[in-house]
Design a binder for this molecule. Sequence first.
Ligand code: F0G
Length: 485
Amino acid sequence: MGETSIDLQPDRAKSSALKQLATVIELRCVECASLYPGISDQPRYRCDCGGVLDVDTTIHYPMKQEPASQKEIETLKTSEGDVNIFAGTRWRQLFKQRASQSIAWPVNADEHLPNSSGVWRYRELILPIPEHFIVSRPEGNTGLYPVGRENCGNHRPGHRRIGQYAELDYLFLKHEGENPTGSFKDRGLTVGVTMANLLGARAVACASTGNTSASLASYAAQLGLPGIVFLPATNVAAGKLAQSLAYGATTVQIEGDFDDAMRLVEQVCNDLGIYLLNSLNPFRIEGQKAIGFELLQQLEWKAPDWLVLPAGNLGNTSAIGKAFRQAHRLGLIAHVPRIASIQASGANPFFRSYMSGFSHREHVQAQTIATAIKIGDPVSYSRARLVIEETNGIVEEVTDEEILAAKTVIDRSGIGCEPASAATLAGIRKLVKRGVIKREEQVVGILTGNLLKDSQTGIPQLKRGDAITASFEAVRRSLTSKLSF
Ligand code: F0G
């Protein structure tokens, strides 16, 4: 902890909401299981042993909306450690009813917005706070595209090419690039900035390879709070940098890589009293769990065999793994999917650790064209390691060439994604070829960021000299040479 205490100024309504929240959450060290209060005067991001923290929430079914007899109330007070099929049915009904509400901004936003958000729809499992404190765009509600050879249907041959490339019959891609700022980070930042709001923080900050910063900048701007982003100079895709600048964040460019920026931002936040919103902040992880809940709901709570995603700082692997564990313990799903985390081979510390049976934690000097996952010392290593072990999961690596080839397939299908996201498909293809994923198994892959985030890497570029004269004959000649009709 630093020298200067954070300048928190919650008003009375927020103080009472925080007091209420403090009765249902605790922070648990992932390394040594030490417990800390969920809310304290000085925000805590690490255990005294240096380990990262996880939010432990006592989950209550919302009796306010569903009046029931005293006997039922007892049954429905479901804690994570207690599989309760009856409660599972009630939760499913509640989430279904909330999801059926319009996702457009309602006139009375305070009343309906949380149900429209693909994060806050699951609020009892994310952050149980009064709805009017929520800072939301709203986020989530992202597409789950059936793209396998069998589950694609007959009318989207473009999409089916993805299934053919992966050699899989039942494949879905969940496109988190369809979030408000174009990446899955919005799910974590809506919760992180909501906590900043409740705590009365005077500023928020993060280190980022570009997407977290864009998201933080947007949500902080919505709240009218200064946002500060630490970026590794020359390593952030232009679209992401443009977002942070446009949303008005204060940008600190570091001569170094993401790992340098991460070390610095933690120190700066602790010492200058700024609220840290990297996934080191355990409330970020709580928000990202909603990717897991939402995809399970889209699959009508029939869990897939595999969940495959790109891995950098390992926040998302940790979050989705935790969501699956909770969904299982609450009786929402019958089994926990296996999780496959895919790293770029030039930025593969987690893969190396996995290959050593997690006997030691590896660090690398990261190098990959997928700048979003160019990370050599992932913060959420211990959380993600638990997830891989608990889900009988796997860590795989793919080369930049494999990432670019997979990206071209996703782009040409009309879906499109940024380079890091394509590690998902490259990884799926590799795991199918290796026989780890069986061809008949059902797989969900996460696409983490929008195509427009990085409009340079892996996309054919037009040259000025390619322009033709503005005449019908020139256009006809040009098209005949390019297309065969
Ligand atoms: N895909 C994209 C598009 C990302 O932006 C990131 C992380 C990841 C995958 C990896 O997710 O870190 O949870 O393992 N981007 C962070 C950022 C580091 O700063 O935007 P992870």
